[in-house]
Ligand binder design. Structure first.
Ligand code: ATP
Ligand code: MG
Ligand code: MG
Length: 555
């Protein structure tokens, strides 16, 4: 592979290998905190880490960074596993930071014994005031020079549950004058009076992210710990913590940072996504408008489209926003290759073919997918009375209208060329029936001269007697602003799109759709790509529109 086709993380790894790092020691991890569902930003990290695993034939752990019981739940663990597996990746080991609590505690005790950690009983306000600013040094805590014995005693009692949350913390003794604020005696442990979804009530002190993360990487012998840019300033602390425990005979993990994936017209932080769920702005984490992996799956996205998107968006060194149209491009391309072509009418008007015998039914052959020669065909029933889309007919055609109008001809897809002769209207002047005649020699695929005749438009349709009804859900962007959480004076919720969901309760589908299964992909011809929604029940089909046929946002 040419070096320029490597992303910068791969370049770092290649350099390490060139400098003698043994390839068989490469090991990666994807480390979600189980405090929400995975989103398309996580997909970047998943694709990066598991992609490296595939590329270098290296194990990749799925590590739950479950060190804060106040926000974490078992439901999220299950959802995360489901989503990573659905993306098509296999983890080597399922790991939990909570399984390392005892080891982390023992190491913390060692730090105290080495005079490198102390228990601080000040209020969080007092500690914050002592922290200083990036340009002025902090001041030492009055507890900083407590004896080892006193620190051990207090830490043991913290663990034993003798103290209330907020009364004591364990801090590393590093440097209150460091230019890196993270090095100014960071907190290692705090008291949290909550049961943990795995360790239950065994612990009431919990390690901070920085303390748990690097040491977990070390325990698992992860070679390259890849995280997002906001942790760059934490790297010095990550290294300091490792310095305290690393056995030189073992592998020493290294942290490297890449830019978060941001997507236009949505929010990505789990806290904000949770707010959307809790305030019922969406139906749940897997609402098809959510940027979550489960939402995208329910919407009809495929793992390959998400992986392709991650590929094309790339791994960047600097923060940036990827346009959501790239994601839509990826799913459209994929569905074009795999979706079965069918017909459905969302806004029906009745069309009668007056020269077609009443009661006659023909089974026409429809190509499943012109992009895939092996996809075969299916049968579509044709009869005298059909539905077409209301907007596909105008009594008098304007210049650019190539659909059906009085006196003009169009082809009915897979069927006949028809000509509109007259209309029937109700008392309000609305068209209720369009009467047409068909050129009965023009049936598609028969090879007759009339069947080859070119007309300007082709319409989709369904036979009324055979149609099955379905609910169709169409989605627009959830937010009206390109970066809803990028405004200082406004809350992201101010930008919610009030029309992001449009429900069509009675669409008419060709009967072939009666056998649709969850995750089957369809192109409703001329309308877009659709998939069955998980709310569907026997006798009640519900389809989600995944994406339109064209980028409706492009000019
Ligand atoms: P959020 O702010 O959305 O809650 P997080 O970083 O707290 O995200 P974690 O569960 O800690 O979420 O993330 C697991 C892994 O996925 C981490 O390595 C994190 O850096 C990475 N990750 C999270 N969000 C993104 C993103 N938008 N782009 C790329 N990687 C991400
Ligand atoms: Mg988080
Ligand atoms: Mg995190």
């Amino acid at each position: 592979e040419a070096p320029e086709s490597l992303n910068f993380i791969e370049q770092i790894i290649e350099e390490d290998l060139a400098n003698g790092f043994p390839q068989e020691k490469l090991r990666f991890r994807f480390p979600p905190e189980p405090n929400g569902y995975l989103h398309i930003g996580h997909a970047a990290s998943i694709c990066l880490n598991f992609g490296l695993g595939e590329k270098y034939n290296a194990p990749v752990n799925l590590r739950f960074d479950d060190t804060n019981p106040s926000k974490e739940e078992h439901e999220y663990v299950e959802a995360i596993k489901r989503d990573v597996a659905w993306m098509g990746f296999k983890w080597a080991n399922e790991c939990y930071a909570s399984d390392y609590f005892q080891q982390l505690y023992d190491w913390a005790v060692q730090l105290i014994k080495d005079g490198k950690a102390y228990v601080d009983g000040q209020s969080s306000e007092a500690m914050a005031a002592q922290k200083g600013t990036p340009t002025t040094p902090g001041t030492n805590s009055p507890h900083r020079n407590q004896s080892v014995e006193e620190n051990l005693d207090l830490f043991t009692r913290m663990k034993a549950g003798e103290f209330a949350p907020g009364t004591y913390v364990l801090r590393a003794k590093i440097d209150m004058a460091s230019t890196n604020m993270h090095m100014r005696d960071p907190i290692l442990y705090r008291i949290i009076d909550k049961a943990h979804h795995r360790s239950g009530t065994a612990w009431c002190i919990y390690p901070m992210y920085d303390w748990a993360h690097g040491e977990s990487d070390y325990i698992e012998q992860v070679s390259h710990s890849l995280c997002t840019l906001e942790f760059k300033a934490h790297r010095e602390l990550y290294d300091w913590y490792l310095d305290q425990i690393v056995d030189p005979a073992k592998l020493r993990p290294k942290q490297r940072e890449f830019a978060r994936r941001n997507l236009s017209y949505t929010v990505m932080s789990k806290r904000k996504l949770l707010e959307l769920v809790q305030n019922k702005h969406v139906s749940g984490w897997d609402d098809p408008r959510m940027p979550t992996i489960s939402g995208l799956r329910r919407r009809g996205y495929t793992p390959s489209a998400i992986r392709k998107f991650s590929d094309l968006a790339g791994i960047a060194k600097r923060d940036n926003v990827t346009d959501v149209s790239l994601l839509e491009f990826c799913i459209r391309e994929d569905l074009n290759k795999i979706a079965t072509r069918v017909m459905a009418v969302l806004d029906p008007v009745k069309l009668v073919i007056t020269n077609y015998s009443e009661g006659k039914v023909e089974m026409l052959e429809a190509e499943n997918n012109p992009e895939d020669p092996n996809s075969g065909t299916h049968e579509v029933p044709f009869s005298r009375e059909l539905y077409i889309e209301r907007e596909d007919f105008q009594e008098e055609a304007s210049k650019k209208f190539f659909r059906l109008s009085l006196g003009s001809e169009v082809r009915l897809k897979s069927a006949y060329i028809i000509k509109a002769e007259s209309v029937i209207k109700d008392s309000n002047g609305n068209i209720v029936e369009i009467h047409c005649t068909a050129d009965l020699d023009s049936k598609s695929g028969t090879g007759t001269e009339a069947s080859m005749r070119k007309v300007k438009g082709t319409l989709h349709w369904v036979s009324i007697a055979h149609a099955i009804q379905a609910e169709v859900r169409e989605y627009d962007r959830l937010f009206l602003d390109e970066s809803p959480d990028g405004h200082e004076d406004k809350n992201f919720l101010d930008f919610l799109n009030p029309d992001s969901l449009r429900v069509i309760p009675n669409a008419f589908c060709e009967p072939y759709l009666g056998k649709a299964g969850l995750q089957d992909k369809y192109q409703f011809q001329r309308l877009g790509y659709f998939t069955l929604d998980t709310d569907s029940k026997d006798g009640k089909l519900i389809f989600n529109k995944t994406v339109g046929l064209k980028d409706s946002w492009a000019k």
